[in-house]
Design a protein around this ligand. Structure first.
Ligand SMILES: NC(=O)c1ccc[n+]([C@@H]2O[C@H](COP(=O)([O-])OP(=O)(O)OC[C@H]3O[C@@H](n4cnc5c(N)ncnc54)[C@H](OP(=O)(O)O)[C@@H]3O)[C@@H](O)[C@H]2O)c1
Length: 259
């Protein structure tokens, strides 16, 4: 594989792969939620496609899963670059012809320290929207032929409780954390509802999951009381494997509907 290669799907898997396939965005960090989700889906027998803007990092994690006996490949995918989004979708369509699960896990919190919507950096808003809303939206559209070709595809958007901070009608006062990130997650929830409705006449279910505070950055020492990534991953995998007739266009936390 050359460093610029958009994928590392082994040739021997390309033609023969008929089983279930799952693509997860933002799988660049071993401690991240994306990798925990990929590992659990791999355990369930999915060929997992780990994607990241830095391909060697995704390839390194895919290699770990392969050494553990699972089927895993890596693809380059930068959600701010629609060319990589389309290239990844074409690779999936040409290699597998179908996609059973898409987990939109990637995100960035560019304004963690910002405590007021009036202090916001508009570049941070643009970046958060691109990674959390426009990117996943484009990815679903680009992957639609593969999602429709699967018998019962599931799309899971990884949301956050932060979305509630900006929900109209909730009086939470003036202070808030990370307005750009929160707005992007609010929009991601709205996108979930919109896509759920748009795909209502298909077998595809689209839902969002708020994983809750999760210990994915223990190196910073700020999440020692948070739940382990494996535990949060269970809830995402639950939504990724909902039975036919399950909910669509909804937001869940701890597998319960968020109003
Ligand atoms: N951890 C929590 O407490 C918590 C709580 C609520 C919701 N969530 C949500 O859970 C998800 C995973 O979070 P995490 O805690 O596991 O954080 P994380 O490890 O930082 O995951 C974010 C991932 O997104 C990737 N990413 C950033 N910009 C990207 C881009 N332009 N294109 C493609 N990928 C990009 C990052 O890749 P790079 O390494 O290349 O930057 C990283 O792999 C996120 O959606 C987050 O909002 C987390």
């Amino acid at each position: 594989m050359s460093p610029s290669s958009p994928s590392s799907i082994p040739n021997d898997l390309r033609a023969s792969q008929k089983g279930k396939v799952a693509l997860i965005t933002g799988t660049s960090r071993e401690a991240g939620l994306g990798f925990a989700v990929a590992r659990e889906l791999a355990r369930l027998g999915f060929h997992v496609l780990l994607t990241a803007r830095n391909l060697p990092r995704a390839e390194n994690l895919a290699g770990q899963l392969r050494r553990d006996g699972y089927v895993a490949s890596a693809l380059r995918l930068d959600l701010t670059d629609q060319i990589t989004v389309k290239e990844a979708a074409i690779t999936v369509i040409n290699t597998f012809g179908h996609l059973d699960v898409l987990v939109n896990n990637a995100a960035d919190m560019p304004d963690f320290q910002t405590l007021s919507a009036l202090d916001v950096d508009l570049e941070a808003v643009r970046s958060a929207m691109e990674i959390d809303v426009i990117g996943p939206w484009g990815l679903v559209c680009a992957l639609l032929p593969a999602l429709k070709a699967a018998p019962a595809a599931r799309v899971v958007n990884v949301s956050s409780l932060s979305a509630l901070q900006v929900a109209p009608g909730l009086d939470l006062g003036a202070s808030m954390r990370a307005p750009a990130y929160s707005m992007a997650k609010y929009m991601l929830n709205a996108l979930t509802a919109v896509l759920g409705r748009a795909l209502d006449d298909t077998a595809i279910l689209v839902n969002a999951v708020d994983p809750g505070e999760t210990a994915t950055h223990t190196e910073r020492g700020d999440d020692e009381n948070d739940r382990p990534a494996d535990e949060s991953a269970h809830d995402i995998v639950w939504a990724a494997t909902l039975p036919a007739g399950g909910p669509t266009g909804k937001v869940f936390r701890d597998r319960k509907l968020v109003a």
